[in-house]
Structure formats: C-alpha cells, structure tokens
Ligand binder design. Structure first.
Ligand code: C2E
Ligand code: CA
Ligand code: CA
Length: 519
C-alpha cells in the first residue's frame, strides 16, 4: 500500500532524528556517570586529606611533646642541657633537632651545642610553625619547625621534611596531596614552594588541622574523571550504548509509522501523480457517446496505478480531497477543452465530489473555471455525490447549491439505491440525475428483488423528472433491459473501461467523426 511505504520526510532528516534520540540516553547516562565519578573522587580526596591531617597531627604531637619537655630548660647554660636536647632527638622518631631560645636568641642546639642565632617569632605561622626549605646543615631539604615559648624562654623542635613528603606520597598514591603552612607549601616530591597553593583541577578538597597551623589540599590532575569512568564503568557504558540503540530503533520505527498518509498524499499531489481516467457514458437509446465520468487514478512511481478506493478515504480524512479534485478538474479541462468544438453536441462530464467538499464555496469558482475551458453551453458539468455519505444541509451548502445551479452545474446522486436519501433530500439539493448503483445492474436477469428495486428507481426518476444513469453495464442483456425501461444514460465496461486521457481522446474523436457522418 503506497500510503504506508512512502514517506515525505527526507531520510537524512529522519536519520538525524534517530541519531539524536539514540544519543539522548547515552549523553544523559554519561552525564550521570560523570557526576557519580566526580562524587566518588571527591569522597576519595576528602578521605585522603583527612588521613594526611591525622598523620601530620601525630607527627607534630611527637615534635610538640619534645618542645614541651625542653621548654623548662630554656635559660640554663647550654653545656648543662645539651644532652637533654640530644636525648629527645634520639628518643622521638620524628624529631630531627631540638633547640633552646632565650630572649629570641637561639643559644643552644642539639646539633652544634653552643650557638648564636636570632629568632623572629613573626616568621612562624600563628607563632608556632615554620615550613623552611632547609637550613645551613641541610640546605634545600624541607624542614618543619615547631616553636613553643613562654615569656623569654623558647624551645624549637624540627620535623624532617622527609617524613612529611613521605606522608604526602604514600597516603595520596593516586591523589595529589599538598601541605600548606603559612605562605609556604610542600609537594610530594619534597620541594618547598612559596606563595598561594595551586588549585588542583579535579575533586579538590581542602582541609585544615584543628590542632596545628597547617592545611592539606587533595585533588586529582586534569582528565582524572574520564580516566576513572573508563576504568570503572565499562559495563555501564555498554548498557548505555544498548539503551541508545533501543531508543534509536524505537525512534526510527515511530517515525516510519508517523510518516502519515496525508504527508504522502501531499507529496504525490505536488508531484502531479493524481491523474484523470475517463470512462465513456452513452445514451440509452442510440448508444452514442454522451459524455464521460472522470475517475481519479494515482500514478504511483513504485506501485503503479492505484485504485481510488485505496486512497480517496485518506484524502477525505486529511482534507486533501479538495485540492486533489481541483487539480483533477483543471487537468480534465486542459485535456478535453481542445476536443470540444462549438459545433459539437453537448457533452456530459461527471466529476466525483465528496460530501465534505460541499461545505466549501470555492467549489463554485472551480466549476466556473472548468466550464470556461469549453465553448459556452457545450459541456454539462455533472457533480456526482455518492448516496453513501449524505450532505449535511447548512447555510453554506444551500448557498453552494444555489450558486452551482445558477452556473448550470448539474448534480447526480451516485450509487443510488445503496444509501438513504429521501425525496426531500433530492429536492433540497436540486438533483438532476440518479446514477443507479452497479450492484442493481449486475442483478438484471439474476435476482428478482434487485430488479424490482431497479424498476422502482427508474419509475421514481421518471416521476421526479430526473435523468437516470445506469453504471456497471457489462452485458448486452443488461443494456437492452435498461434501454427498454427508458434509462437515459448507460455506463460500463460494455461501452468502454476507464482509460487514460490519450486513449480516451483518440476514441472520442472516432466517435465524434462517426456521429458527424451519421447526422
Ligand atoms: P463510482 O463513482 O461509483 O465509479 C464507478 C466505478 O465503477 C469506477 O471504479 C469504475 O471503474 C467502475 N466501473 C465502471 N464500469 C464498470 C463495469 O462495467 N463493471 C465494474 N465492475 N465496474 C465498473 P473506480 O474507478 O475504481 O472508482 C471507484 C470509486 O472511487 C468511484 O466509484 C468513486 O466513488 C471513487 N472515485 C473515483 N474517482 C474519484 C474522484 O475523483 N473523487 C472522488 N471523490 N471519488 C472518486
Ligand atoms: Ca461516480
Ligand atoms: Ca457508483
């Protein structure tokens, strides 16, 4: 069926939509996974920072205890206390050196004994901690100095940077860890840097010790989130791609379904695929050609010639029947206009019109335009309205039929005998012809009841002074019967099948020539 096979939307456009829909679950899923990965990484850096702070607190506890213990000795001669200083260095795992201060003057050191060096408490963060990049004994080696003071007395204990950078390296194996003291910071490679801490790009966590004047920053280098996702979520990624494929397939299928018949009809109309076929109508008595019925065909590029009952219902439903009929009338006028000469006999042209079309006043203009293509008075335009759909009498239909009547357009009730049109209905719309449905004609000589109905219709049309057309005449018996009963016009395969314009025009000219000769 052409209406479900063909689609108007370009396939590129449809493929783009399919791809977009397929991408939605993948992109959304990836975004959720990314958020999840960022959360995980942030939890990890937070834990690492907490652990580092805990370790540094423990080391500083160790260093602070040594200073605490030595502080009461400050002021005593160096010779008396230097052994006590060295004992602390030996006993305490993290203490590298111990020193005593009096009046901001370092006068005794575990390393040198008697010593002389000025101490500036301002260099210590909160008066307590100083991260140094080495001292004269070990230059360029990180050193954290802890200062404890009371009045003029002071004790300085140092923590080797090696322990600190070890913590930074070992706790944060996958994480970048930095230790900040005042304006200096230490990286895992043991280097002391001055100035602001660098901002770690991924999952940055910044934690301050509640007990000592230092902070720890943990984070990951650029691209870690993506690396984490790639290593942790391959099954989930596969699932996303699976959902994407399902969504894409579904979108493709839905689009295929929604390529609506009306769009396909619209396309076919623009491509001028609806063409008129012509079936002759002959006089009941002489059997000369009296006219033609125009029957629509769809010249489908793939499916060939399509019967009207397969697409007319869609055209009616979508409202396209109006422009389609208009185009059919224009094509008919262009094809037959040149064939009808001013001295021809009056020629009937029947056009099928749906009930819904009768609510459209433009039909009058279409008929006027149609008639203008022929010599005046030489064509009787007959609008065939099927009895199967009754026309709703509205102000518009009344106006329409009045104007059509004024224009000389005739009305035929098609498929008569199959519907429910009443006498009132026939009068209301100024009907000129009844077209007896072919099912009754087919029953001539077969079924008595049908023949009875047929006889009644013929009788009724006579009483109402209506012209009568019998369609579906296939046999001589039917033809003779109908002619005997005074049926004015006959139409059927016996006289000619519906044919394309070229063939019809050749046949028409033959008939017209014969008629001329017989006149
Ligand atoms: P219809 O108006 O009753 O047209 C007569 C149908 O009977 C045509 O079928 C015609 O080919 C067929 N026919 C003619 N003589 C014989 C015969 O001797 N024996 C048999 N068995 N059939 C015969 P077609 O062309 O397939 O059209 C079917 C229906 O589609 C038409 O029935 C009409 O209701 C509708 N239709 C056709 N063209 C148009 C159109 O342009 N507009 C509208 N609204 N409807 C159309
Ligand atoms: Ca018809
Ligand atoms: Ca019919």
């Amino acid at each position: 069926m052409p209406l479900t096979l063909k689609r108007r939307r370009k396939s590129a456009y449809r493929n783009a939509i399919t791809a977009l829909v397929a991408l939605v679950p993948v992109v959304l899923g990836a975004a959720i996974l990314q958020m999840q990965a960022e959360r995980r990484l942030s939890q990890s850096t937070h834990q690492t920072a907490e652990e580092a702070v805990r370790q540094f607190d423990l080391m500083l506890d160790n260093t602070a205890q040594a200073a605490q213990l030595l502080l009461p000795l400050a002021g005593q001669p160096c010779a008396d206390v230097k052994l006590a200083l060295r004992e602390q260095v030996t006993r305490r795992p993290f203490v590298r050196s111990t020193n005593l201060v009096w009046d901001n003057n370092l006068y005794c050191s575990s390393l040198f004994g008697e010593f002389q060096e000025k101490v500036d408490p301002g260099e210590y963060t909160q008066g307590k901690l100083w991260l140094m990049n080495g001292n004269p004994v070990t230059p360029n080696t990180a050193l954290l100095v802890y200062r404890q003071s009371e009045g003029r007395a002071g004790a300085l204990t140092t923590l080797d940077g090696y322990h600190l950078s070890n913590v930074l390296r070992l706790i944060g194996r996958q994480t970048l860890l930095l230790l900040q003291v005042g304006d200096s910071w230490l990286s895992a490679d043991g280097q002391v840097h001055e100035g602001a801490l660098p901002q770690l790009p991924v999952a940055r966590n910044y934690l301050e010790s509640s007990r000592y004047a230092f902070k720890v920053e943990a984070g990951f280098p650029e691209g870690e989130t993506w690396r984490y996702m790639v290593s942790e979520y391959p099954p989930l990624f596969s699932l996303l791609i699976f959902f994407g494929a399902i969504a894409g397939t579904l979108a493709h299928w839905l689009q295929k379904r929604s390529a609506s018949p009306s769009l396909e009809l619209q396309r076919a109309m623009e491509a001028k695929e609806f063409v008129p076929y012509f079936q002759p109508v002959v006089y009941g008595d002489s059997k000369r050609w009296a006219g033609t019925e125009v029957l629509m065909r769809w010249n489908h590029p793939k499916d060939g010639l399509v019967r009207p009952d397969l697409f007319i219902p869609f055209a009616e439903h979508s409202g396209l029947i109006v422009p389609m009929t208009r185009s059919l009338m224009q094509q008919t006028a262009a094809l037959l206009g040149p064939q009808i000469s001013p001295d021809s006999e009056r020629f009937h042209i029947g056009i099928n019109i749906t009930a819904s079309h009768c609510q459209d006043l433009d039909l009058v203009a279409d008929c006027r335009e149609f008639l203008a293509a022929f010599p005046p008075g030489k064509v009787a335009l007959v609008l065939e309205l099927t009895e199967r759909e009754l026309i709703e009498p509205t102000a518009i239909t009344h106006q329409l039929f009045e104007q059509l009547h004024e224009l000389g357009v005739m009305i035929a009730i098609d498929d008569f005998g199959t519907g429910h049109s009443s006498l009132g209905y026939l009068r209301q719309f100024n009907v000129d012809f009844l077209k007896i449905d072919q099912s009754f004609v087919a029953m001539i000589g077969v079924d008595a009841l049908s023949r009875h109905i047929l006889d009644s219709i013929i009788e009724l049309s006579g009483k109402l002074d209506l012209g009568i057309v019998a369609e579906g005449v296939e046999t001589l018996e039917q033809s003779e019967y109908l002619a005997r009963h005074g049926v004015n016009f006959l139409q059927g395969y016996l006289y000619g099948r519906p044919m394309p314009a070229g063939e019809f025009i050749i046949e028409l000219n033959k008939h017209l020539a014969v008629e001329k000769n017989t006149l």
